[in-house]
Design a protein around this ligand. Structure first.
Ligand code: NAP
Length: 248
C-alpha cells in the first residue's frame, strides 16, 4: 500500500515548477489530487499528464488564489470530487522584483495578495472541511528570503515572512482539530522563477551555497511529502528549510 493511498490533496500553482514536482511526488505516493493554477490550459494539461502516468485521480482547476470566491469555490469543488480534503499545499506564488525606492504600490499589493492572502483564504476554506474530519495537513511554501530578507524583493520577502507568521498562528489555532500546519522554505530552486537570473548572479549565488548547487523542485517536493505522511504527525508550526545551507 502506498503511503498516501486514499488521501486527497489540493495543490495550488501546480501547472509547473515546484507545484508540479509536488504533484508528481504525491501522485507517486498514491494521493488523489486537485490541482489549481491561474493558467487554465496549463493546469488541465498537467492534470492529464499526471493521471495518465499514475493510477490516481487528478483534477485540474483554474483559480486565482488572491480572490476569496475562487478559493471558496475551489475547495468546495475538491470536496465535492473526493468527499474529503486531507492535505492542502499553498504553493502558488509570484515575484514583482524592484528596489523598494522604485517599487510600485501595485507590485507590493499584488505579491502580498497572491503569496500571503491566498494561503490565508485557502486555509480558511479548507479548515471548514478538515475540522469536521478532525484531521488535516496544511503546508505553506515560504522562501529563504522570508527568513533572511533580500534586496530588490521587499514585497516578496515580506509576503514569505508573513507566511511564516500565518503558519505559526494557524498551527496554534488548528491543532485542537488535529490539523498540522507547517511551512517549507526553499532556497534557490531551478524553476522558471529563477531562470531569469543571469550567469554572473547565478555564480555569485552558488558561491554562497555550502552544498554548491541550486536546488531541484524534487528536493522541495520530498520535504513536503514528509510533512504529508503519518511519520510527521507530531510536527506543527515549523519551518523546514530546503536551501543547501545558504541560510542556517
Ligand atoms: P513558478 O514556476 O512561477 O510557478 C508558480 C505557479 O503559480 C505558476 O504556474 C503560476 O502561474 C501560478 N500562479 C501565479 N499566480 C497565481 C494565482 N494568483 N493563483 C493561482 N496560481 C497562480 O514558481 P516556482 O519557482 O515553482 O515557485 C513555487 C513556489 O515556491 C512559490 O510560492 C515561490 O514563491 C516558492 N519559492 C520558489 C523558489 C525558487 O527558487 N524557485 C524559492 C523559494 C520559494 P503563471 O505562471 O501563469 O503566473
Amino acid at each position: 500500500m502506498k503511503k498516501l493511498q486514499g488521501k486527497a490533496a489540493i495543490i495550488t500553482g501546480a501547472q509547473k515548477g515546484i507545484g508540479y514536482a509536488i504533484a508528481e511526488c504525491l501522485s507517486s505516493m498514491g494521493a488523489d489530487l486537485f490541482l489549481t493554477d491561474i493558467n487554465e490550459e496549463g493546469i488541465k494539461k498537467a492534470a492529464h499528464t499526471l493521471s495518465s502516468s499514475f493510477n490516481n485521480r487528478v483534477i485540474g482547476y483554474a483559480q486565482d488564489v488572491s480572490r476569496e470566491p475562487d478559493c471558496e469555490n475551489a475547495v468546495k469543488a475538491a470536496f465535492d470530487a473526493f468527499g474529503k480534503i486531507d492535505i492542502l499545499i499553498n504553493n502558488a506564488g509570484i515575484t514583482r522584483d524592484n528596489l523598494a525606492i522604485r517599487m510600485k504600490e501595485k507590485d507590493f499589493d499584488d505579491v502580498i495578495a497572491v503569496n500571503l492572502k491566498g494561503p490565508f483564504l485557502m486555509s480558511r476554506a479548507a479548515f471548514k472541511y478538515m475540522s469536521k474530519q478532525r484531521a488535516g495537513r496544511i503546508i505553506n511554501i515560504s522562501s529563504v528570503v522570508g527568513q533572511s530578507g533580500q534586496a530588490g524583493q521587499a514585497n516578496y520577502a515580506s509576503s514569505k515572512a508573513g507566511l511564516i507568521g500565518l503558519t505559526k498562528s494557524l498551527a496554534r489555532e488548528f491543532a485542537k482539530r488535529n490539523i498540522n500546519v507547517n511551512a517549507v522554505a526553499p532556497g534557490f530552486i531551478e524553476t522558471d522563477m529563477t531562470s531569469a537570473l543571469d550567469e554572473k548572479t547565478k555564480q555569485a549565488l552558488l558561491s554562497q551555497i555550502p552544498l554548491e548547487r541550486l536546488g531541484k523542485p524534487a528536493d522541495v517536493a520530498n520535504a513536503v511529502a514528509f510533512l504529508c505522511c503519518e511519520e510527521s504527525s507530531y510536527i506543527t508550526g515549523q519551518v523546514i528549510a530546503v536551501n543547501g545551507g545558504i541560510y542556517i
